[in-house]
Design a protein around this ligand. Structure first.
Ligand code: PFF
Length: 445
């Protein structure tokens, strides 16, 4: 079995650290910008409430009951056909795909801490060409920062659940919240604040099409770290008497609030300076730096704080993407943490380099697949296909395979019967059918 367990607070911080990540501060704002604002946010909020939260609790239940890695969890909790159900546990490998592009983005962020301090671009045009230039031509810088992000992540995981993961989250998560609050306070003073509120919270359904719906649902999975066994794995190290219902609710609320705050901050800046919200993945790297530039030395400080917050959020999530596979390797093959990390890191590094090189113009023609770069493929495949599929499997497993009595006796100390029944109904029907319908709709229509 694995080593030391989380403390109660440590579990909440570590799960929140996993959930709150680049998904909240990098992806959520640019996806909202690309998908027209309020309507996208509304679908995302509905998915978090009716699907995300129940699935989060379902993953915690599986981890808490099994106390093992994700593969053995499915195997040991299934009353029958455990040898077949265990294959669901291989959803942990989705993490390898996510990590390979996620670490690249953390690398960009490291670079932008430096850019914010010393060389902010003075116009959007300059910012666009320097970000675009890095992405499509500067293999050296990207490889350097990707490698740095990669080592930081694997180093923390090498220290284990308590000394590595819990410790780093207890330090970085409060720092992240403080930085975001400072930035939010500042954005109140900007003239774009009101517009940002309207953009995020007034839905315009004419801007929604089926791909935005799938994107919003996929993003709800991504942002809560659902559908690949991460929360399950962390919950395997939860103390026995922890209130798992309250912890799950706290993490989901914190994750959502942080995404909305990040959105408010970013869009306040954009609208204050009349910049475009639909810039795609480059949004925070292209639109924000020239705005920071206009604020002089204050802008340098805000920029450094902003990108540091992002780096902290990214690292605590990256660590959580690695842990399920590491725990699986330690439990199953009885090898050391270090050995499993060496094997895993080799795979992630190779795939990460593949994704990175597939963005480089000169190399594009050699490292693309059906005309798409590996970076985009890994992102789309994980968020829009594999995580939702993993979520459906988890919902079916908890809703139809684990005995209801077992669920009830675990959860009843923490919730009323009516809440339990509501959760059970959601996990049995709403989650699998809803997510399946969205996926089918996207594939066929
Ligand atoms: N939730 C993280 C984010 O929003 O950035 C990303 C993530 C972490 C996805 C862990 C999946 C996961 F298992």
């Amino acid at each position: 079995m694995h080593g030391a367990r989380f403390s109660k607070f440590g579990f909440i911080m570590a799960s929140a650290g996993s959930a709150v990540g680049l998904g909240n501060i990098w992806k959520f704002p640019y996806m909202t910008g690309e998908n027209g604002g309020g309507a996208f946010v509304l679908i995302y909020l509905l998915t978090i409430t009716f699907v995300g939260l129940s699935l989060f609790l379902a993953e915690v239940v599986i981890g808490r009951l099994s106390r093992g890695d994700a593969v053995s969890a499915f195997e040991s909790l299934a009353p029958r056909n455990g040898n077949l159900w265990k294959y669901s546990g291989f959803m942990i490998f989705t993490g390898i795909l996510i990590l390979s592009f996620y670490t690249i983005v953390i690398g960009w962020i490291f670079k932008y801490i430096y850019v914010s301090a010393f060389s902010l671009p003075s116009s959007v045009k300059e910012a666009g060409s320097s970000f675009g230039g890095m992405l499509s031509a500067d293999t050296t810088t990207q490889t350097l920062f990707f490698t740095l992000a990669f080592f930081v992540t694997f180093f923390i995981v090498s220290k284990g659940v308590k000394q590595g993961i819990e410790k780093i989250n207890l330090i970085l998560m409060p720092l992240l919240v403080i930085i975001l609050l400072i930035l939010l306070a500042y954005s109140f003073t900007l003239s774009g604040f009101g517009k940002a509120v309207a953009f995020l919270f007034v839905p315009d359904f004419s801007k929604v099409h089926s791909s935005s719906i799938l994107a919003a649902v996929g993003h709800a999975f991504f942002t809560l770290s659902l559908g690949m066994g991460t929360i399950m794995t962390y919950a395997a190290s939860i103390p026995k008497d922890a209130n798992i219902a309250k912890s799950s609710l706290m993490v989901a609320v914190l994750d959502t609030v942080i995404a909305l705050v990040a959105g408010l901050v970013i869009f306040s800046f954009l609208f204050h300076f009349n910049a475009e919200p639909s810039q795609g993945p480059g949004l925070i790297f292209i639109s924000l730096p020239p705005l920071f530039y206009q604020l002089g030395i204050l802008g340098n400080a805000i920029g450094v704080l902003f990108f540091m917050a992002l780096a902290f959020a990214g690292i605590t999530s990256a660590v959580s993407i690695v842990e399920p596979t590491v725990m699986y390797m330690i439990d199953r093959f009885k090898i050391s943490r270090t050995k499993s990390l060496v094997i895993l890191s080799a795979v992630v590094y190779l795939l990460g380099m593949l994704a990175l090189l597939s963005n480089i113009d000169e190399l594009k023609k050699y490292v693309t697949f059906f005309g798409k770069g590996f970076f985009d493929i890994f992102d789309f495949l994980s968020s829009s296909v594999l995580l939702p599929l993993g979520g459906i499997l988890i919902a079916i497993f908890v809703g139809f395979v684990i005995e209801k009595n077992r669920l009830y006796s675990l959860l009843s100390p923490f919730m009323s019967d009516s809440i339990f029944n509501l959760w059970y109904f959601s996990i049995k029907y709403i989650t699998p059918i809803g997510v399946f319908a969205v996926m089918i709709n996207k594939i066929f229509f």
